[in-house]
Design a protein. Structure first.
Length: 90
């Protein structure tokens, strides 16, 4: 057919997530993937609810269990620490 088709590059995120933003932020903070400027800008634009820092370990437990299952015992100390923080806050 002689017509050229244009190609539009696209990125598809296979792990797209739409849910509670505290859970997403807790995951971001779990492994230190972003610098302090990211968190400051986030807080300035869309502040997290009061006492988020106290809820953060609870939100991180699922991800730590997942990493423990997939990658082994090196995640156990982090999981124990998060679990103890949750239990001590109860």
């Amino acid at each position: 057919s002689g017509r050229q088709q244009s190609v539009v590059p696209a990125i598809v995120d296979p792990a797209v997530y739409r849910g509670e933003r505290e859970i997403e932020m807790a995951y971001c903070e779990l492994f230190g993937g972003f610098d302090a400027a990211f968190y400051k800008a986030y807080q300035r634009t869309f502040p997290l609810q009061e006492n988020y820092a106290q809820r953060r370990p609870l939100h991180q437990i699922y991800h730590l269990l997942n990493h423990l299952n997939h990658f082994g015992a090196s995640y156990l100390p982090m999981l124990k620490s998060a679990s103890l923080k949750v239990l001590s806050a109860a």
